[in-house]
Design a protein around this ligand. Structure first.
Ligand code: PRP
Ligand code: ADE
Length: 180
């Protein structure tokens, strides 16, 4: 059943203390990816949640969001828009600065990748403070596209990212797995 499937995914994520710096408990998805059952079920469960929405594009975050974003876009049959770290996209871009749980960065999308009226599902592997998600939302909003929802594999609940996204942007998020 659903709860058992979620528990299996949860157990497949490794927890690493003090990475990339002291005090951070890093939730490592590489162990989930290495497990064929966990990888397949992650995509299948997300597909179940979003299959009836009219999604034109998944916009996924560099780098770990790409992995899940591409598999889900293939399964849904929609396009994939790469939201990349600064300086990687070759054409004209829209950019947005943001704060991380452990640092600062800039995200970009290609100008013209998303158009007014496009239905977009945003996706990333993990929601911590919501800084990355907020920057992604601002980028997609600048393009005029419509945000269907924001999906995550993992949510770090105590960091308040989901509440931040809801209170700041009025957008509902969905996470398969939640850790405190
Ligand atoms: C991680 C993670 C999310 C973000 C979450 O990415 O994949 O994108 O942090 O943190 P936040 O909610 O506090 O913004 P990171 O920037 O470490 O990049 P990576 O995927 O390239 O490893
Ligand atoms: N990104 C931001 N915080 C993280 C954490 N604690 N584990 C894995 N990825 C992260």
């Amino acid at each position: 059943n659903f709860q058992n499937r979620i528990q299996y995914l949860k157990d497949s994520v490794a927890a690493v203390k003090d990475f990339p710096q002291e005090g951070i408990l890093f939730r490592d998805i590489t162990t989930l990816l290495e497990d064929p059952r966990a990888l397949k079920d992650t995509i299948d469960l997300l597909y179940e949640v979003y299959k009836d929405e009219k999604i034109d594009y998944i916009a996924a975050a560099d780098a770990r969001g790409f992995i899940f974003g591409c598999a889900l876009a293939y399964k849904i049959g929609c396009g994939l828009v790469l939201v990349r770290k600064k300086g990687k996209l070759p054409r004209e871009t829209i950019s947005q600065d943001y704060d991380l749980e452990y640092g600062k960065n800039t995200l970009e999308i290609c100008k013209g990748s998303l158009k007014k009226g496009d239905n977009v599902l945003l996706l990333d592997d993990l929601l911590a403070t919501g800084g990355t998600a907020g920057a992604m939302i601002k980028l997609v909003e600048k393009s005029g596209a419509n945000i269907v929802s924001f999906a995550f594999i993992i949510e770090l609940f105590d960091l308040g990212g989901a509440k931040h996204i809801k209170d700041t942007f009025g957008i509902d998020s969905f996470s398969l797995i939640s850790f405190p």
